[in-house]
Structure formats: structure tokens, C-alpha cells
Write a protein that binds this ligand. Sequence first.
Ligand code: AVJ
Length: 324
Amino acid sequence: DRAPAPQVSPQLPEMSADAMRAAELRAGLLKRSATIDPKFLYDTQGCVLFNAICELDEYYPTRTERAIFEMYRTDIASHVPRAAQWIDLGCGDCAKSRTWLEHVDASRFIGVDIAAEWIEQSVAAVGRRFPDIECLAQGADFTRGFDMHALLGDVEARPPLFFYPGSSIGNFAPDSAVTMLESVRSHLGSQGGLLVCVDLRKDPAIMKRAYADGLGVTAAFNKNVLRVANKVLGSDFRTENFSHQARFDEVRGCIEMRLVANSKQFVRMGGEIRTFEEGEPIVTEHSYKYTPEQFVTVLQRAGFTRHKMWTDPQSWFGVFLASA
Ligand code: AVJ
């Protein structure tokens, strides 16, 4: 039998989404080892810079994923269930999903993204291009766990296909990736699936270069997060006083991106001052890289029993289709 639902006292102030963002950002920066969650990288400016990263010679994931999709499109599409509900996690401009919707039999498209303002428009554009597909926009931070059961409805009649491209799963440490994928799996019913893309382990120099490009686009993308902090917290970080760093952590198997103070910094954050010593880092992103075997283990731990993988000739990037 169930415990009664906890009583929420009515005088507790409701935190707005903005206040929660600010509290999360502030808490990360005040830790002894300062961190900023990577989701704060993606304000309007950050999205523009990220799209520029995707065009860089050094940043191989985007073009490698595209090549695999183009090469194996029909084969992959043949494994997608009929009348599928196509759910794009982190849909952005929906460009990747649009190419798939031409090749699969989808009854519904749901674009989910943390950038709630502009997905309305991009999902509406998908609706105009595919008038027979019901299109829904969901502004949500799905990295915090999610419940789409009610929205998806009868998943046996319309099996969900979760699309999680771009190797964004790499932002989660493996245990958190398992939790997130468990949550996806709980929505699948008997016929649903997950199409997830993963950056694979390779020569560390190649991986590192992808995050330390010659033009400094990734450096600008990283430093932009301090502008975001200044906007959200009213702090006074000076972007020119921090340097971009990216290194491959062999033990954890991830790229770690940081901003390192060039000299001692006194940063005002509301009423308090956060001091950064010369050389002190703020960790802004982890990007985990997996061997195919390691990622299959993650899928199995999340409760998936079947999978298929497609890769490029150099095995730099993996496209996994997994099901219950
Ligand atoms: C969007 C998380 C897949 O980890 O490669 C690119 C973000 N950061 N360059 C990645 C990113 C720096 C990217 N993901």
C-alpha cells in the first residue's frame, strides 16, 4: 500500500524557472571546484557558435554522423516501427528530424528542447512541410528526467521512436546516461525504439583537436557561458580574463572543457564575491567517448535487450538503434 502524498505547505514560495536556473548556476560556481552545467552554453549566441563548431574541419562528429545517416538511411528506416511517434530530444531547428520524416512512417512528431522560445517556430515549420504528421513542441529540460507517458498515449498503437543524435548523450557520465536511457525505455511499450548517436573512442589527439580548434570557435563558445552567467546572475565575469582549455581524461574517457583564470579574479555575484586563484578552472562540459562494447553495456544496463549499430569506415562515430 502507498504512503500518503506529502503535504506541500502553501506558504513555500514557488521558484520560477528563471530563479531555479540562477540557483543552479550560482551553486555550481560557489563549489570549491567550480562547475557550470553544459546546458548553460546554449543561449542564442551559444547556439550560433555551436552551429559554427559543427562546420569546422576539426569537429568530425557532425559530418561523420551525417555520412552514416546518408549511407544507411534506408536500412535504419526499415527498423523504425510503423505509425511511429518520432520524438526528437534536443530538436533545435529540427533539421535532422526533417530528413528522417521523409523516410519513416510517422503519425506524430514531438520536438523537445530546452530552448523553448525557438522550437515553437521550428516545429511549426515541420508541420507545414509534413501536413499529415501531427506536430508538437515541448519546451523541457529532459536531462532532469522526464515523464511523457500521458502525452504519448497508447504506445502499442503508435510506438515511440526516440531520436537522440549528435552524441549529446556524451554530456552525461555513464551512470547518469543509464538513468536517462532507462527513462526513455520506460516509454517504449513493446514496439518502440531509441535511435541514439555516440562519439566513439579514438586517437586522443583527434578528439582533443575537435574541442581546441585553430579558429578559436570552441573557445568563444566556451567563454560565452560567462556572458550567460553575467546575464542570469548579474555577475561581472570578464571573458578576456579566462582561457579555454580542453583535455582528454584517459581514466574517465571524456573530454573535459574548462575556463581557467588567467590571473586572480574577484567576481561579484549578487551580494557575494567569488575569488578565483590564477590557474583555477571552471569545468563547463564533459563529453564522454565510448567503445562500441562500452556503449552496449550502457544500453543493457538501461534495460534494452536488442540493438544494432552502424558506423563509418574509421569507426569514429556510432549510430545505435536499441529496443526493449
Ligand atoms: C553537443 C554535447 C555533442 O560534446 O561534442 C562541441 C558539444 N562542446 N564542442 C560535444 C560541444 C564543444 C557537443 N555536444
